[in-house]
Write a protein that binds this ligand. Structure first.
Ligand SMILES: [Zn+2]
Length: 159
């Protein structure tokens, strides 16, 4: 599971809505409290530097990654995941996301934004074989499950 303090969840929701109809993206910084329990402590916001259609693609600025890696060096925090939004698609990883998932340890947080409003945020991890994602629990740090504002879908293969 990943524990995301409410201000960070709000930051992802706000960024997802602000970037609409394009995808927002960034890194999740934190630490593992147990092998299967990650705590997010902050986000590193990135511009979506994809040169393709940013309504369906994202690319985190490599300079942001580099900066964060230098900031966390020698400390207890590290990059534990990435987040991005799915404008007008559901909050499930796409086949393109899977093809971009090179790092087996990273958690993927995806926000679905429908008509400009974020309606769902989900978390995913790669299976051991790296061939598939599975959804993992997303909690805020008061241990309340994240309230899903709506459930909508339009097929498995969004952005
Ligand atoms: Zn995606």
């Amino acid at each position: 599971m990943i524990v995301l303090p409410p201000p960070l969840l709000k930051q992802i929701v706000d960024a997802s809505e602000a970037a609409y109809p394009e995808e927002c993206c960034g890194l999740i910084v934190g630490r593992f409290q147990a092998p299967d329990q990650a705590l997010a402590t902050r986000l590193a916001v990135s511009d979506n530097v994809s040169t393709n259609d940013r309504r369906q693609r994202f690319e985190i600025d490599p300079r942001v990654r580099l900066r964060v890696e230098m900031e966390v060096r020698g400390g207890s925090e590290r990059v534990i995941g990435v987040y991005h939004s799915h404008p007008d698609h559901r909050a499930q990883p796409s086949s393109r996301d899977l093809s971009m998932a090179f790092e087996p340890d990273l958690i993927w947080i995806i926000a679905s934004v429908m008509d400009g409003q974020a309606i769902q945020v989900t978390a995913h991890a790669l299976n051991a074989n790296g061939q598939q994602f599975h959804e993992i629990p997303l909690h805020t740090d008061d241990w309340a499950p994240y309230a899903i504002r709506g459930e909508t879908g339009d097929g498995a293969d969004g952005p």
